[in-house]
Design a protein around this ligand. Structure first.
Ligand SMILES: [Zn+2]
Length: 448
């Protein structure tokens, strides 16, 4: 459970309890599990549901070591280097960038991470919502709330993702995301937008609302692209739908075109890949499966070297054995871990909405009333831990949550690996892959 508290009174926190002016919220005392600073705001992760209320007051937040932009050294960690090999070394950060990597660095505040793993910040390129907010809300506040929450899961970059909604609603969401790129809110950085609808197949809509599905329309895409200020990084298409070929040819120069929500068989999928579709949205979900005489879209992806595949790794959307097989078959450069999470992620079970439809979340599983899976409530931090537990090689797991998604959205020169000059975004994990620290843009934004 968590509470978002704006400008909350807080003088200090020790042993998980509030003190000082926090006494204004006596009900919170003793219920704080962890605390996250995001700019002038704080997130409280509480033990009980009854505190799911807005707490507002005025005040200051204690400054953390390394909080201020400047120089900081992450010392003694086992660091995933640019090739994703683990090396014991120090990393120095200056003004939000990685300045130096090497042994025995000095000359600044340091954070000792002995015995811990230092990975690049995670990048979620397919996420509808979390922490009660959804991209489709179409507001800066919604995307800001997502950004603030995501760093608590190790995610330092993300692409807010639209669902199949009316044109005007999508336009509003695009404008809000654009605003968050131009005036970044605190928390994970918005690296672009993923357009999951509306150019998909009504026959494989999944949890996308059929009545808002549109025929492939490059003109409409261009209007959306313009409205977004050019930040659309991915657009989904069902290639068997009439008009899809022209759409792919026209749009592939703007952003990556992704195979999604489709009834296409193996041949149709292969043809789409030859036309310029280079990405696949949530492999296995909402597409034809693999069987020995009908390889389906899934078989076409395995069989096409240049296509990257998003995979939801909560262990519920896809069986762990299938995850192992898929990660092995695709190799370490083509797998992209996504959350595909909706607004219930990070909250307790309840009833929510996704893309204009009611979604019930029970035991963390998000379903439409008819039982269709409706997004997830997971996050990349949890998925990384899952995958390692399922037996997927660590190096592939980390690449799939960092450099691979960065490459898919053209952000790999800026983020996605630990290299001099790149943004200082790190997730620091313990040997069991639990999050210990998150450093975003050179600042500690989360500590467990
Ligand atoms: Zn989705």
């Amino acid at each position: 459970m968590q509470i978002y508290a704006e400008n909350l009174c807080l003088l200090s926190h020790r042993g998980g309890t509030l003190s000082g002016r926090g006494k204004r919220f006596p009900a919170l005392r003793g219920n704080i599990r962890r605390l996250v600073y995001i700019g002038r705001r704080a997130w409280y992760h509480c033990m009980e549901d009854k505190f799911q209320a807005d707490c507002r007051a005025s005040l200051k937040i204690k400054r953390e070591k390394g909080w201020v932009n400047g120089k900081m050294i992450v010392k003694n960690g086992k660091v995933f280097d640019e090739n994703f090999d683990l090396k014991k070394t120090d990393v120095s950060v200056r003004n939000g960038r990685i300045a130096e990597i090497g042994p025995d660095l000095g000359g600044g505040e340091s954070l000792d991470v002995s015995g811990l793993l230092v990975a690049p910040g995670f990048i979620d390129i397919h996420i509808h919502g979390c922490a009660g907010a959804d991209t489709g809300d179409g507001t800066r506040e919604a995307i800001s709330a997502m950004a603030a929450h995501l760093v608590t899961n190790g995610v330092t970059s993300f692409c807010p993702t639209t669902t199949t909604l009316p044109e005007e609603t999508i336009m509003k969401a695009l404008a809000a995301a654009r605003d968050c790129v131009e005036r970044p809110p605190e928390g994970a950085a918005v690296r672009g937008v993923d357009l999951e609808g509306p150019f998909i197949s009504p026959r494989r809509a999944g949890a996308q609302k059929s009545e808002y599905i549109r025929k492939p329309d490059a003109g409409l895409f261009r209007r959306m692209y313009e409205r977004s200020g050019g930040i659309i990084k991915l657009v989904d298409i069902a290639p068997e739908v009439e008009g899809a070929d022209e759409f792919i040819r026209e749009v592939r120069g703007y952003c990556r075109v992704s195979f999604a929500h489709s009834t296409a068989d193996y041949d149709q999928a292969k043809r789409a890949f030859s036309l310029g579709v280079t990405h696949v949205t949530h492999l296995f979900n909402a597409m034809t499966g693999l069987s020995h005489r009908a390889p389906g879209a899934v078989g076409a992806v395995f069989d096409s070297g240049g296509v990257a595949a998003e995979i939801i790794c909560d262990g519920f959307h896809i069986h762990p054995a299938v995850l192992r097989v898929a990660f092995r078959a695709l190799g370490e450069d083509r797998t992209v871990v996504i959350s595909d999470s909706m607004r219930a992620a990070g909250l307790a079970d309840g009833d929510f909405d996704l893309g204009d439809q009611m979604v019930r979340v029970r035991d963390g599983h998000a379903l439409l009333p008819d039982g269709t899976i409706a997004g997830s409530t997971t996050n990349l931090g949890a998925e990384v831990k899952n995958l390692v537990g399922f037996g997927v090689p660590v190096r592939q797991v980390i690449k799939s949550a960092t450099i691979n998604p960065a490459r898919e959205i053209g952000a790999d020169r800026e983020v996605g690996s630990i290299a001099v000059g790149k943004r200082a975004d790190f997730t620091v994990l313990d040997p069991d892959f639990n999050l210990r620290y998150v450093i975003e843009n050179g600042r500690i934004v989360f500590r467990a």
